[in-house]
Design a protein around this ligand. Sequence first.
Ligand code: SF4
Length: 209
Amino acid sequence: MLITETFKSLQGEGPFIGIPMFFVRTNRCNLRCAWCDSTYTFYGGHEVSIDDLMDQVNTSHCDWVCFTGGEPLLQREALDFVRKLSESGKKILIETSGSLPVKDYTAIRNAFIDMDIKTPSSKEESSLYQDNLFILRKQDYVKFVISDEADYDYAKRMLPGLPETLQIVMQPAWGKDLKWLAEKVLSDNLPVRVLTQLHKIIWGEVPGV
Ligand code: SF4
């Protein structure tokens, strides 16, 4: 597997925010979001075998593994790795852009999917693999990163078409106004959670945390 970095940290986003996790950040992404904060994953990287990764996971003593990128589902061994983690009793949070099929991963009970729905400011809103929306389970969630009014309106328009059981997160793009977004959601009574990026509040905008 082509890896950018592995590290232990607190989950920074989504409903599992604050949980200690072992992060496996893969290299390469098929998208180029305008506000990407992981551009260092686009190039370079180093090969690590699944066995080596499993050793690192086991010595971390974390119950959770966050499988992230880049785009982790691009890796040829991604499904094997997630299955192995699952068989070893770990809970796995898969952070994916929503542009690749997630069906095989929804068959793994202790894998949880954090799937982006890219908003217009990303310039990648056409990348969504639509079928994913209808196979995500109650334990999975989708996330809209909101940069401006146009993103908010886009996300709001999509909500009625999403399955009722799906958990939905809105998160301001880093540096954007959290209070503005919170007040919009409250005023419009949207059935979503508003969250921000905890790891950046704690450690700043640096890789490896
Ligand atoms: S999907 Fe993620 S890693 Fe890929 S370009 Fe977009 S923000 Fe960056």
